[in-house]
Design a protein around this ligand. Sequence first.
Ligand code: NAP
Length: 277
Amino acid sequence: MKAPTGATQLTAVIGSPVRHSLSPTLHNAAFAAAERDWVMLAFEVAPGSGAAAVDAMRTLGLRGMAVTMPHKTDVAAAVDDVDPAARVLDSVNTVVLRADGTTFGTSTDGQGFVGSLLERGIDPAGARIALLGAGAAARALIDALGRAGVADLAIVNRTAEHARQASELAAQARVGDTDDIRNADIVVNATPVGMGTDELPCDPALLGPRQIVADLVYHPLETALLQAARDAGARGVGGLAMLVHQAVLQHELWTGERPDPDVMRLATEGELVRRHG
Ligand code: NAP
């Protein structure tokens, strides 16, 4: 990457903690590949200061901002405009500074997941989905999968009440159980189970050869769930694919051009190997 100058356009990722964020790796790789004089830096922003960061974005003229925990809800309230899906989710992971100086917030997580399936020729339209988890990521997926036209979306979660609340986000969504995992076309892990461990988010005996198993966890790249899916003859989709695709959509919103997903993927794989071996 060439050294920034006075003409360099700045983007930011905010979070707390933020040092682990892969957003600078994803976006700076794409900026460099496109020979675009833009850079992304990570800013540690204290909990409760998300709105101040949106003000700073306007003041400093940051072209785009990626938003991670714990600021997604505060930022949704602080931007000038929010897209309807992000309003329903009360969560924004992307802010765009428009030419007129106003800010627009949206969430690319759900569409990023759908994009990671479509990239592999997997169309969720008409599919029966079993979704493990009912947290922020799961909620974004429920909204996007509902819009993508899935036939059935069974939410299997540790806390039943959270599953019930999340099921209100899409007409096809409902509270599910382990039978739904067995009968699903696509099983999705949207819990943190398996992150940095070899734990499984469901009984591997429920997985079968005609299924697709997607794991949102991307560390390790090959999770225990993906290994179990392979052992069962199922097809696996790792969490890096969603991470890359949600960043592709962010990048497109900021620059108006679609970056090369492979450039982002390779840079991020390299960074994960550098960190974790
Ligand atoms: P979150 O809001 O904290 O939600 C976590 C969900 O997992 C909740 O439904 C929770 O159940 C459940 N859960 C947590 N620990 C569990 C356990 N030990 N056993 C069973 N269920 C458990 O987290 P999130 O933001 O949705 O993130 C979930 C995972 O997705 C994380 O690993 C995150 O890194 C990953 N993620 C990946 C991407 C990507 O691009 N690949 C994007 C976003 C998130 P309760 O309702 O009972 O608490």
